[in-house]
Design a protein around this ligand. Sequence first.
Ligand code: FES
Length: 92
Amino acid sequence: MSEEPVIICRCNDVTEEEIVALIEEGITDIEVIKRLTRIGMGPCQGRTCIPLVQSIIARRTGKPMEEISSPTSRHPVKPVRMGVFAGEEVEE
Ligand code: FES
């Protein structure tokens, strides 16, 4: 009987096992973990997975949570008018 994987990032299907494997390889920078796994890049923008990954890093490294940084958030490359999402015609 195998255990079900613990999903940390539901938006991008990233498991706790994947995060722990990276930390055990010595990768403890959340920005690097984000780039390797795409945590925090889903529709929820990491609302749940980022704090979970921060707590895993803290637990595995023994660092206090206050010392675990947060990844930088990025704005869309090109601003998009909200009407575009509602089907508004786009003038080029
Ligand atoms: S749960 Fe990770 S980006 Fe949404």
